[in-house]
Design a protein around this ligand. Sequence first.
Ligand code: ATP
Ligand code: MG
Length: 313
Amino acid sequence: MKKVLTIGEILVEIVATTKGHGFRSAQPLVGPFPSGAPAIFIDQLGKLGTPCAIVSRVGDDDFGQLNIERLRADGVDVSGISIAPGECTGSAFVRYREDGSRAFIFNIQHSACGQISRTAASEKLVDHCDHLHVMGSALSAPGLRGMIIDAAEKIKARGGSLSLDPNLRPEILNRPGLRPALERILSMTDLFMPSGDEVFLFSDSRDEAAAIQDLLRRGIRSIVVKRGSEGASLFENGERYDASPMQVTETDPTGAGDSFGGAFLSFWLAGASAQMALRYANAAGARAVTQLGPMEGTSSRAELDNFLHALED
Ligand code: ATP
Ligand code: MG
């Protein structure tokens, strides 16, 4: 079986239990929950039994251990996670507003995962993995760009494959050097998984069908568009497949895209049909939003089967 590698941030997330604007008054909080988009993504692959690993960096603290233990328990190879003495694991505080938008306070850049760099263990993983998943959020860290592009070139040169989830807020896009790095990664991408307006990131068109055609012309094999509570669509081999949203009560939407993506990739790499990969990914995303905590909603195959059974009957 192919082994998947991702490189990027590991965080804990601490969630306000009341809705409202930000953190300027004392709040009841719940957490720490394991988090970080690449970590949630790889955890979902591990839970589905796809061989996988993450290269990251945590502090020598409980937040780091919480993440390492969760990822290991869910089947992820954690040999590429460095533990940095005297540093702190990254964190994010999140509070939902009444309209569903989120206020974040991030401690990433100056945390242990802000200093991810090559190690003997990371090089070994790059040499042995067959697929690289790139999270745009990881590319936004200047120090990581070269390492990720280098890993992508090595894995592709050996006949491996590459997936990209832009996972980028528009205000980050103009950071120096980010665009060229994204373009370089896109030129090597086999599976592209944008969400909402990210489909227009690499096209001058404002029409979705035209933007998809632009992307396919670049040689991307499969494109999955995530549409939140509207479901998802897959464009592959000249066909379009749509998944209608599963009816769920949304408790915490953070991490839905990462759970969806991890599940889709797991089925896609295993050679499942387009419909099957999309159906399971749609279920993984929907199930993720029902759980409080970004990584709490990743699913095993049995959990997805039960969930599909209960909701499709
Ligand atoms: P994030 O980056 O916050 O993790 P995203 O924007 O990348 O998320 P979404 O489109 O929000 O990804 O969610 C991914 C998928 O999960 C959707 O395409 C859909 O299949 C499923 N999903 C998300 N929210 C819901 C919901 N409220 N009801 C049903 N399905 C949902
Ligand atoms: Mg996303």
